[in-house]
Design a protein around this ligand. Structure first.
Ligand SMILES: [Zn+2]
Length: 85
């Protein structure tokens, strides 16, 4: 650590807030076409892993793969989480 940054523990509360929401309500901005849609509007495909695709351009939005006892998540795009009021 130095004057410019701290370690990731400084964001623990903020990350907990982000990860505590219903993921289907998160609005994703597609990195390919710019569409902004809730995750619930995306198309789910199941095979070797699970993939959500953009409902507008069908580009990959999120990949989730089970590896042993873990889930590996690869998000693509920008995700907006509404804060509880
Ligand atoms: Zn798209």
């Amino acid at each position: 650590m130095d004057d410019q940054h701290t370690d990731g523990n400084a964001m623990a509360g903020l990350l907990a807030e982000v990860l505590a929401v219903d993921a289907t309500s998160i609005v994703r901005r597609c990195h390919s076409c710019g569409a902004e849609r809730p995750m619930a509007d995306h198309r789910a495909y199941h095979g070797a892993g699970a993939v959500l695709r953009c409902p507008e351009c069908e580009d990959v939005a999120v990949r989730v793969v089970t590896v042993g006892a873990s889930l590996v998540v690869e998000p693509r795009g920008t995700f907006t989480v509404a804060r509880a009021s």
